[in-house]
Design a protein around this ligand. Structure first.
Ligand SMILES: [Zn+2]
Length: 709
């Protein structure tokens, strides 16, 4: 075994020195049913290992390791029968007749299925005999579907023609005693001069187009239109190694392919249109080997679009390069396959631009189909396929109708609808099928999956909004409302604020001049609503313009310009009126548990939390005063600079044990004495409010107290 290993290394060294008489490839024949063939210039290095293919260590070299740019091959030395640097001879069975080569085709007049009709002038030496295998490689001959292979079972001569009927040939070993080779099929979009397959043996001429699919695609639908334009450009390198002998049938396809595409999609549709496929672009098939082309490698593709619902879409995309390595192996009736993503150097960022009005779902892409198999003339002996669905995946389920029903619910229904877009999605399916001697094995799907990139991004249909901030300006009867939208949304939307009355009717709406699309851009919604009325309950909420409608969003916030400023009914509260001193006034009188209740009547100094004279002056000088009725109780309302209010009931006062002015005016003690006998107090009534002081026996007068802090 060691000997094989060293002879391989030595031979490689020798080959580098003198390339004469040696092929571009070498072949490793194995006794374990496997077969390896390598192009010399693709082998980065050859090494040996003390570990076997199961990673078990030995004291001796047990494994040959061959490194190529794509893969690492570990071959047990014990499995290596021999290594050859010479292109193995292709050996046809002696009864195979190449029809063009011998001139038989010149006499062919017509074809009916597996029966051929020759001119009666065909010489005896060219007349087919029962048991012959007739093989035509004239793939352009209109008489054949795709060349011809058949085993002669019957010949009949009449005055008009020679009829030769054949059986189908299902097995390559009916044609070949030995067919061993490695082929490289390379197509380079950017360099058409490279577009010929590299041949190891035989002659090969072919003129093929670069791999470039134009997406030009347009359909008129009964109630809409869909179009897709763009191009898919790519390069691929396919390497096919095969070993067909009487004992063994082995075919391996390696496909390294890079793709890039740009597309511009336009949809306008009002109903499901299912799947539309564009024209299939097929590149001319590559057939090999040249001596008796039985294999065919083909590549084809078409754009596809799936859509449903009401949607309009305008989407442009330039993708980065996708690079993949797929491998399929067929060996004596069994398939196996793998697919992996290869690293790509350079710019890997897609660019895209989109404008949607979407009410449905849409998926689009480009399907590329590679396949390797035997030519059609040989039954359905072998076929392996690699299908790639390349393209942006845009899926969503947004069946939204604006303008009917209760619009309030739409936001809740759709605010969490997300839209995911993966610009680099590649779905792949590898499959194989085979048939022997008329027996067809079921199609085997041995590998499928999806490559999704980190560039996957999610968008929402609608933004979310922060709690509303309401700044009331009671003096000017206006309110400035602000909120901040969050989330990245799919298509830019006009957003604003709506003002509703108590019954939920929209009173006023204001939209921002700039549309919202992404968070983290410092976007803020702020609108001022003016000409508001006092003592009226308003509800503010964000608004979203979508399609032709306006969707009221959440959260909502109720406010009143003249409300009591009490946050709830759990009185008492301390009310911030926005006064310069920072003084807070209580919402209820001393001894009262609601703002309207009169509470107790107290002599001066009896309640320590009473305001100072300065605090009373501040209330009168910095607040607007209004004589009003609150919950059926008359009183004075003081509205501070910040819109906060306190209501003081007109509780009157008690003098000499008797109540005066109840319901017509209020007298509230300060904590500040005026002189030995008197003290300051607050008074108000219909149309007036002020401060003054009692003197003489005034301190014994009993008045209301409104505490401060
Ligand atoms: Zn309160």
């Amino acid at each position: 075994m060691k000997k094989t290993f060293f002879s391989l290394l030595m031979a490689l060294v020798a080959m580098c020195a003198t390339a004469q008489g040696v092929g571009d490839a070498f072949y490793i024949y194995r006794n374990d049913g496997q077969f390896n063939a390598f192009f010399r210039d693709e082998v980065d290095s050859i090494a040996y290992s003390y570990y076997d293919t199961d990673s078990v260590y030995y004291n001796d070299i047990v494994t040959q390791v061959i490194y190529t740019p794509d893969s690492i091959y570990s071959i047990p030395l014990a499995a290596i029968d021999s290594v050859s640097f010479v292109q193995p001879e292709t050996i046809l069975r002696p009864n195979v007749v190449m029809m063009e080569q011998v001139g038989m085709s010149d006499y062919l007049k017509s074809v009916d299925g597996m029966c051929l009709f020759f001119d009666t002038s065909i010489p005896n030496s060219l007349t087919p005999k029962v048991g012959d295998i007739l093989f035509s490689t004239d793939f352009d001959n209109p008489l054949f579907n795709e060349g011809f292979v058949g085993k002669v079972i019957d010949t009949k001569k009449s005055t008009q023609y020679l009829q030769v009927c054949c059986d189908s040939v299902y097995d390559l070993t009916d044609i070949f005693v030995q067919l061993i080779s490695i082929e490289k099929i390379k197509d380079d979009n950017n360099n058409p001069s490279n577009s010929n397959a590299r041949r190891i043996s035989g002659e090969w001429t072919s003129s093929r187009n670069p791999v470039n699919f134009n997406l030009g695609f347009s359909r008129h639908l009964s109630d809409g239109e869909v179009s897709l334009s763009g191009a898919v450009e790519g390069t691929y390198i396919a390497t096919v190694a095969y070993k067909i002998t009487l004992k063994e049938q082995y075919v391996n396809l390696k496909l390294h392919h890079d793709w890039q595409y740009n597309a511009h999609l336009k949809f306008k549709s009002n109903k499901d249109f299912g799947t539309l496929e564009g024209n299939v672009n097929s590149l001319p098939a590559i057939r090999f080997p040249a001596v008796a082309p039985v294999f065919k490698f083909q590549i084809a593709g078409c754009p596809f679009i799936k859509g449903e619902g009401n949607l309009e879409l305008d989407f442009s995309l330039n993708s980065p390069v996708h690079s993949y390595l797929g491998e399929v192996t067929y060996h004596n009736g069994h398939f196996r396959g793998s697919n992996k993503r290869m690293p790509v150097s350079g710019n890997n960022n897609p660019s895209f631009d989109t404008a949607f009005s979407l009410n449905g779902s849409v998926q689009t892409g480009y399907m590329v189909d590679f396949w390797l198999g035997t030519i059609n003339a040989i039954g359905s002996y072998l076929r392996t396929g690699l299908d790639f669905y390349i393209g942006p995946k845009m899926t969503g389920d947004f069946t939204m109708k604006i303008g009917t029903g209760n619009p309030i619910n739409y936001y809740s229904m759709f605010k969490d609808s997300k839209f995911g877009l993966s610009l680099l999605t590649v779905d792949y399916e590898f499959f194989g099928e085979a048939a022997f001697a008329g027996h067809k094995f079921p199609r085997a799907m041995f590998c499928n999956g999806t490559f999704q990139t980190p560039l996957y991004h999610e968008w929402y249909i609608m933004p979310e909004f922060s709690d509303l901030n309401i700044k009331k300006d009671v003096q000017n009867l206006s309110a400035t409302i602000s909120t901040t939208p969050t989330r990245d949304i799919l298509f830019p939307l006009s957003v604003g604020l709506g003002l509703y009355d108590k019954s939920g009717s929209l009173l006023d709406k204001r939209f921002q001049s700039k549309k919202y699309k992404r968070e983290n851009e410092g976007y803020k919604i702020q609108q001022t609503f003016s000409s508001l009325e006092r003592n009226t309950e308003y509800t503010a909420r964000p608004l979203i313009k979508i399609l032709d409608g306006e969707v009221p969003a959440l959260p909502t916030e109720k406010f009143k310009l003249d409300d009591t400023s009490c946050p709830d009914s759990n009185h008492p509260h301390w009310i911030d009126l926005g006064l310069p001193s920072g003084t807070q006034w209580r919402c209820c009188n001393e001894g009262a548990s609601t703002p309207e209740a009169y509470g107790g009547y107290y002599a001066f100094g009896q309640v320590s939390s009473a305001p100072s004279s300065d605090q009373i002056k501040e209330l009168v000088n910095h607040c607007s005063y209004q004589w009003t009725t609150q919950n059926g109780v008359k009183g004075g309302k003081f509205t501070g600079p910040n819109g906060g209010t306190v209501f003081l009931p007109a509780a009157g006062g008690r003098w000499d044990g008797e109540l005066f002015n109840v319901g017509t005016g209020g007298d509230y003690w300060s904590s500040t004495p005026y002189d030995e006998y008197g003290a300051y107090y607050l008074y108000f009534g219909s149309g007036y409010a002020g401060w003054d002081y009692w003197d003489y026996f005034g301190r014994f007068d009993e008045e209301s107290v409104r505490p401060v802090r």
